[in-house]
Design a protein around this ligand. Structure first.
Ligand code: GAP
Length: 513
């Protein structure tokens, strides 16, 4: 656990030191769970968004993208169920006066049991070596099976209680498990209460006739209310999708874990409109397709897993998370939700307008069902960033910190370095920058010895360093150094553009999907 904490602290401080993420309004002591993306962070975030947009919109003939407003008519949120049901169950500790999410306290309790399972697996792996069969061990080892049964029983009881709004039983569960305030150890709890997560604001100049609005807690509703407008103007036929990326806001109670859980964050969502009755097959299709998108980035298949929801949101008939192994363990990265016709039917009811699709094959109109894929851009940023940050010990015993970002996402693709600041080398390096900047984000760096510059670019996540030296003057070649292998090659200046393009272009990476 201490190791995980250390690694996570390293991620946060590296993100700050290298211009990726800053605390919002830091000079005023910051604002809790709100963050700003700095010069490198904004580029990385933009590249992730583009990688998603390309895979979802550009590569699919039947998916289009929109950009709806953050403000929406307040009835939207009544219809969507967010006014009545977008709540978190809260519990206060009477001694410490700290407030917690009751479900998170219980889930954290289960995560501790899960850590015990991991330990048993680790021990057994050591004991049995190459012959170890993990799947078999998990289903046959008495102690592990008992641990797993305990987790299942706790989580399914919690899911049932939350579904039936039986908050007294959620409190009873916390008491039976003897869960204590993680900060003080006190078990003096209040009752569990529901708390709505939407931020309210006002539209209009005078207090008397101002209209109460909400900041959208998900981008999806902007897609639902535009469903017919888009369908009619694009003339798309079912099945088809509408995608968008944009800000969402939630008044999160447990706001911790850096950019994992923020109050202002960005979502990348896609609603796929389908014929009722086909949702089970599309659910499987999108689970698999989205996982392949993640795997195309090469961050290790072992770092992903599916988690099927026991407690379904008010709109869903099936839901799963793609979980990622963050520095603090496996947690939700993306959700795949079968939303039925809940949202469109609700909007029909509340607006009095028909939101139906005429199916020429069936020769009838119906309210389509919806399959949703929803990923947090900031959470994806954290997954990529934390997975890429490594401390390496090199063959000569020295160490280096490298941010081995997938090169397609790296903010800066290449650093151009003159070996020395004289003899015409800076001029050639500047000329290379001038030439490459049309295609890639590149930087010029002449400060410090070249070895130090390499290390700086490694830690910054730059996949290529291009060094101009005295040989360049004679043969027009430069050294290209690869961040991950630290291999160096001599190449002609004319070849640089194509070489970098082949390595960083989205086509190369998305072809792996
Ligand atoms: N439209 C469905 C929806 O909003 P969700 O599971 O509440 O579903 C989808 O959110 C994704 O948005 C999550 O998987 C997560 O990646 C991201 N997300 C949700 N709340 C977040 C928060 N407070 N901070 C950062 N990302 C968040």
């Amino acid at each position: 656990m201490a190791n995980q904490d250390d690694q996570f602290k390293k991620v946060i401080s590296h993100a700050k030191e290298y211009g990726y993420v800053f605390q919002s309004s830091e000079i005023y002591e910051g604002l809790s769970a709100v963050y700003d993306y700095a010069q490198n962070g904004a580029e990385l975030k933009k590249n992730i968004r583009e990688y998603w947009w390309k895979a979802m919109v550009q590569m699919n003939e039947n998916i289009v993208g929109i950009d709806a407003a953050i403000f929406m008519h307040p009835t939207t949120w009544k219809a969507s169920g967010h006014v009545d049901a977008f709540n978190d169950p809260l519990i206060d500790n009477k001694d410490s006066k700290k407030r917690y999410r009751a479900d998170v306290l219980i889930e954290d309790y289960c995560a501790k049991i899960e850590a015990k399972i991991d330990k048993e697996v680790e021990k057994a792996e050591k004991r049995f070596g190459g012959t170890f069969d993990k799947a078999q061990f998990l289903t046959t080892n008495q102690r592990v099976v008992e641990y797993q049964e305990k987790i299942n029983a706790i989580l399914s009881r919690m899911a049932k209680s939350l579904e039936h709004e039986d908050l007294a039983d959620v409190k009873a569960l916390i008491e039976e498990l003897e869960i204590a305030d993680p900060l003080t150890g006190s078990r003096n709890w209040t009752d569990v209460k529901q708390f709505n997560l939407m931020f309210g604001t006002k539209l209009g100049a005078s207090a008397d006739n101002a209209m109460d609005l909400y900041l959208r807690p998900e981008t999806a509703q902007g897609i639902f209310v535009n469903f017919l407008n888009v369908q009619k103007t694009s003339r798309l036929k079912i099945p088809f999708g509408i995608a968008q990326s944009g800000k969402a806001f939630r008044n999160e109670i447990v706001a911790r874990q850096f950019i994992f859980r923020m109050r202002e964050f960005e979502q990348m969502e896609m609603q796929f409109f389908i014929k009722p009755g086909t949702q089970a097959e599309w659910y499987e299709y999108w689970k698999e397709t989205r996982l392949r998108w993640h795997l195309s980035l090469g961050m290790g298949a072992e770092n992903y897993r599916f988690h099927d929801h026991e407690k379904l949101a008010h709109y869903a008939d099936a839901a799963a998370d793609i979980e990622f192994k963050f520095p603090f363990g496996f947690k939700e990265l993306e959700g795949i939700h079968s939303r039925t016709d809940f949202d469109l039917s609700q909007h029909e009811k509340f607006s009095g307008k028909k939101l139906q699709y005429f199916d020429p094959e069936e020769n009838k109109s119906y309210v389509p069902y919806v399959l949703e894929t929803s990923i947090g851009l900031d959470r994806m940023f954290l997954a990529v960033f934390s997975n890429s940050l490594k401390d390496e010990t090199l063959e000569d015993g020295s160490t280096r910190t490298v941010l081995a970002l997938p090169s397609v996402l790296a903010p800066v693709k290449a650093a151009i370095l003159p070996l020395v600041k004289k003899d015409g080398l800076p001029e050639i390096a500047r000329q290379i920058v001038e030439d490459l900047k049309w295609d890639f984000n590149v930087v010029y760096d002449e400060k410090d010895a070249v070895g130090r510059r390499y290390r700086r670019q490694d830690a910054n996540g730059t996949p290529f360093c291009i060094t101009v030296d005295h040989d360049t003057l004679n043969d027009n070649t430069v050294t290209i150094r690869y961040r991950d292998t630290m291999k160096q090659e001599r190449v002609n200046i004319e070849a640089l553009r194509d070489l970098i393009k082949q390595e960083v272009e989205m086509r190369t990476w998305l072809m792996k999907m």
